[in-house]
Design a protein around this ligand. Structure first.
Ligand SMILES: C[S@@+](CC[C@H](N)C(=O)[O-])C[C@H]1O[C@@H](n2cnc3c(N)ncnc32)[C@H](O)[C@@H]1O
Length: 184
């Protein structure tokens, strides 16, 4: 799996403990008190902490293929269910979550189509999926307009509705957030 190793996880966490992208995505997710939330590719847990502060840690789960990140998140936000896994093999039952989001993670996934299929299956009816990536002109650590179209098409094929992408500023970066909903 293309997860971060122990050293790169610690280095990343040192520089990126509270990314501005996390605030943008949690705002957009519009979390409600009865939501059950999963973050995929949680890294050092900035967005996990924000989600837990809004609806309670016991309503938030997180996965990341890096055991170092998962351990960090477990210590940072006690009560959150954090598991070592990629987007492709999330270890929770189908239809378990009303909100699933990922921030700057999809471009790392080994198999994005498999990841999207897994995540849409984990959504409860009416559940919302948010995939946030840095908007780029050329392929790299983020997403291009061309790739957005491909991912939107995949989400339609997986039966998602209300598929659309919004753009937001996060610090000096432009974020694209691909939003879609599981049919009710
Ligand atoms: C750039 S970091 C972003 C971390 C965090 N979401 C943030 O915004 O700070 C990318 C994350 O994706 C994770 N990742 C790598 N491969 C993955 C996969 N197959 N499924 C889910 N996450 C993955 C990495 O371990 C890392 O935590």
């Amino acid at each position: 799996m293309a997860g971060f190793g122990a050293f790169s996880s610690r280095l990343y966490a040192f520089f990126t403990r509270n990314p501005s992208t996390a605030r943008v995505v949690i705002e957009l997710a519009g979390l409600r008190p009865d939501d059950r939330v999963l973050e995929v590719g949680c890294g050092a847990g900035g967005a996990v902490e924000l989600a837990a502060s809004r609806i309670g840690a016991e309503r938030v789960a997180a996965v990341d293929p890096s055991p170092t990140f998962v351990e960090m998140v477990g210590k940072r936000v006690p009560g959150v269910e954090a598991e070592v896994s990629g987007a492709e093999n999330v270890p929770f039952p189908d239809a378990s979550f009303s909100v699933i989001y990922s921030v700057a993670s999809m471009h790392h996934w080994d198999d994005p189509d498999a990841g999207l299929a897994t995540l849409t299956a984990k959504l409860a009816p009416g559940g919302r999926l948010l995939i946030a990536e840095r908007l780029l002109r050329r392929p790299g650590h983020g997403i291009t307009q061309e790739r957005i179209t491909e991912v939107e098409t995949k989400l339609f094929e997986l039966g998602q509705v209300d598929v659309h992408t919004v753009e937001r500023k996060a610090g000096h970066r432009r974020l694209a957030i691909l939003m879609s909903t599981r049919p009710a």
